[in-house]
Design a protein around this ligand. Structure first.
Ligand SMILES: C[S@@+](CC[C@H](N)C(=O)[O-])C[C@H]1O[C@@H](n2cnc3c(N)ncnc32)[C@H](O)[C@@H]1O
Length: 273
């Protein structure tokens, strides 16, 4: 692949997914990955691959390329102080605001292989029992990576992924199968995981409205323009007074006054203004 080919492919991926691959990673890591991929997919050269991807709009090839490009690092109870804020502060506030028959809807966008949404479910069942028994909860996870969504639906995790879960909760909510940990069906069957691109506004709108959105450790891979567009999408999906949780390295730019920055517990979170 020439440098020109690489940059063309980077621009295409950016337009489709919002993911910006900087020069350093592009030339040091992704060049080799893309070359191997193109060869394994059976193309003789870059131009026949690019032609199939861009002009013939091969959806399967695009999905495989996306699955190769994404960074999916995640684990249970990551930045757990935010889950504590959710159950100790946010849920009780929303419970007071919403009519009693209404469900509390929570979205993780992106969910990767599901650990974040399952962590939220465990926190709610464990530490917000009163609200959990009183109300319905709708928990939805989305990701652009179809392999990760498949994994999330299966609910089987390795030792590294569950290592931050306290032993008594690991025992309560998982079944050990060899070296793996399977989340109990009572939780697994209650959650929904879907392949959705956050850049696809109509697919996002179809998910419904949410009281709380977690979007952690994805926007850091996006350029500033895309970041703002996605934040506006989250704003549109949130119900009045709903909350947005971001990763510790992410924030809503101050000029985006559609969100109010608030400190709750140990977390800085954003409320729909
Ligand atoms: C590092 S993981 C973060 C997972 C989880 N939120 C966490 O903090 O542990 C980033 C995820 O963002 C997903 N992603 C990247 N671009 C996306 C897009 N345009 N739409 C939906 N998901 C996307 C990737 O597939 C990847 O699984």
């Amino acid at each position: 692949m020439t440098d020109f080919d690489l940059i063309k492919l980077r621009d295409f991926i950016l337009a489709k997914t919002g993911i910006y691959i900087d020069d350093d990673k592009l030339f040091k890591i992704y060049k080799r990955k893309f070359e191997d991929f193109i060869q394994k997919q059976g193309f003789d050269d870059f131009s026949s691959f690019y032609n199939r991807l861009v002009f013939k709009k091969d959806e399967h090839l695009l999905q495989e390329l996306i699955n190769l490009t994404t960074v999916n690092e995640t684990y249970f109870f990551r930045e757990a102080y935010q889950f504590k804020t959710l159950v100790e502060e946010v849920l009780s506030e929303l419970d007071g605001l919403r009519p009693p028959h209404e469900s509390i809807n929570i979205l993780t966008a992106p969910s990767s292989s599901g650990e974040e949404l399952y962590s939220i479910a465990i926190y709610i069942m464990e530490y917000a029992k009163e609200i959990f028994y009183k109300r319905d909860f709708v928990l939805v996870g989305i990701d652009i990576d179809s392999v990760m969504i498949q994994k999330a639906r299966q609910g089987i995790f390795n030792q590294r992924s569950v290592s931050k879960i306290p032993p008594h909760l690991l025992q309560k909510y998982f079944i050990k199968e060899g070296n793996q940990y399977k989340i109990i069906d009572e939780i697994r069957k209650g959650l929904t995981f879907k392949v959705v691109n956050v850049m696809d506004f109509y697919a996002m709108k179809k998910l419904g409205r949410f009281d709380v959105i977690f979007s952690r450790n994805m926007l850091i891979y996006f350029d500033e323009k895309t970041r703002k567009e996605i934040l506006a999408t989250f704003h549109a999906l949130l119900k009045p007074h709903g909350y947005l949780f971001l990763g510790h390295a992410e924030k809503v730019p101050v000029e985006m006054e559609i969100f109010k920055r608030v400190k709750k517990g140990e977390s800085i979170i954003y409320q729909k203004a």
